[in-house]
Design a protein around this ligand. Structure first.
Ligand code: ZN
Length: 421
């Protein structure tokens, strides 16, 4: 008997079996559970609660939005087009970028989170799974706070439902699409959701090394996702500026099945914006210029249009990341908070912590203060009336140089910011 145990343990060691080595203590888990914010009161009353009969999987998503809008869309529903909207209940839990966790729907009910989906021959994964939304984008890093919270949440749920580590999958793994203009068969790749989820960081061990539905011929693989999830290389996802169109980064590889949706917005390098449903008729799918920015889950492109120029304004749908990308925390990205405070990117812990209506300028240095002995001309030289020279008035107004008529009337204490290059 003893010998058998020894052999088994050696085998387990050699084969690298999953061992119960989760890092959380019971106290950690209890404290985490108490910290979950109950957000069920916000659920759309039209959402129909149906008890789930079976729980086979936990599905991890990235919300592709900031926190405020994620909570709204997930709880109340999303506008699909001018008339239709969904009825909310789009996940069980939301985890903010600072790790704060919200309960959207009691875990015993079915959430409408996976859409057209299949795993190991079983379709409609929403009916047999729990959904967890991580606030953020599939092309930005998930935060350490989020990994800590999602790790503990998964640990608790695994205990409740008796699930192994391989029962934890991402939405991009289980979603599939019907044939479209890019692919003739049912296929993976409809969603890119949580393709940046690094399992080990959430304390998860071994998982599927192949896609069972692709292997069985039920679906066609998506090459990019297959590389991420089943490739030999360890994948540390985040390609630079991964929501920008290039030869290798197509509309399809950024937006998946949402490529032609009216909620996907394409911002061309010349400043023009189009929604996904306009591209075919007005531009043509082969003619999207490189450097086009692709934004998912937008409800309106009007926000984008009013954000032309050097001064950008964040909103529910447009985060500091949407404008500045990786430069959001550089010291040359300067934020003007609604409170009147000025912060450099290097003072920001995460782009999602900034309130809506924060204004920002990217690639700037300053401030240089207008004083009696220091005029705008002394500070900026001939560029003082340039469209790229920024003036921050004591009234909190931000102006660009070419919109100012009377420079003599600028109050003392006005701050000037100049392009850093
Ligand atoms: Zn998803």
């Amino acid at each position: 008997m003893k010998l058998i145990t020894v052999i088994f343990l050696s085998l387990a060691f050699l084969l690298n079996f999953p061992t119960a080595s989760k890092a959380h203590t019971r106290e950690d888990l209890q404290a985490f559970q108490r910290s979950i914010i109950d957000y069920r009161w916000r659920l759309n009353p039209a959402f129909k609660k149906v008890k789930r009969e079976k729980t086979s999987y936990i599905i991890v998503h990235t919300s592709e939005l900031g926190l405020k809008k994620t909570l709204r869309v997930i709880s109340l529903g999303k506008r699909m087009d001018d008339r239709r909207s969904t009825q909310g209940g789009h996940t069980h839990y939301v985890i903010a970028r600072n790790g704060r966790t919200f309960r959207i729907l009691d875990k015993k009910y079915e959430a409408d989170h996976a859409g057209l989906s299949m795993w190991n021959g079983e379709a409609d994964i929403s009916k047999v799974s729990i959904g967890i939304e991580l606030v953020g984008y599939h092309y930005t890093p998930i935060t350490e706070h989020q990994y800590r919270s999602v790790g503990m949440l998964i640990d608790i749920l695994q205990g409740v439902y008796g699930l192994e580590d391989r029962a934890i999958l991402t939405h991009s793994q289980v979603a599939y699409g019907k044939p479209n203009r890019w692919i003739e068969k049912n296929h993976r790749g409809r969603k890119r959701c949580a393709k940046n989820f690094i399992r080990a960081k959430a304390g998860l061990g071994p998982t599927w090394v192949y896609d069972p539905d692709v292997r069985a011929g039920r679906l066609v693989a998506d090459l990019q996702l297959a590389e991420v999830f089943y490739g030999r290389k360890e994948f540390y996802a985040v390609v630079d500026e991964a929501n920008i169109i290039s030869k290798s980064n197509t509309a399809w590889s950024i937006a998946g099945g949402d490529y032609d949706s009216r909620t996907t917005v394409y911002k061309f390098p010349n400043g023009r914006t189009y929604t996904g449903d306009q591209i075919a008729a007005t531009v043509g799918w082969n003619r999207i210029p490189p450097q086009t920015l692709v934004l998912l889950s937008q409800e309106t492109s009007k926000e984008l249009i009013k954000n032309e120029g050097s001064i950008k304004t964040t909103s529910d749908g447009l985060s500091a990341w949407s404008f500045a990308g990786k430069a959001y925390n550089h010291k040359t990205t300067i934020y003007f908070l609604p409170s009147g405070r000025i912060k450099y990117g290097s003072m920001i812990s995460d782009w999602d912590d900034l309130p809506a209506s924060t204004r920002l300028i990217i690639g700037y240095r300053g401030p240089y203060e207008i004083r009696k002995d220091q005029t705008a001309y002394r500070i900026a030289g001939k560029k003082y009336k340039d469209g790229k020279t920024i003036y921050y008035l004591p009234s909190k107004k931000l102006l660009v140089g070419n919109k100012i008529k009377e420079f003599n009337q600028l109050p003392l204490g006005t701050l000037i910011f100049l392009p850093s290059r």
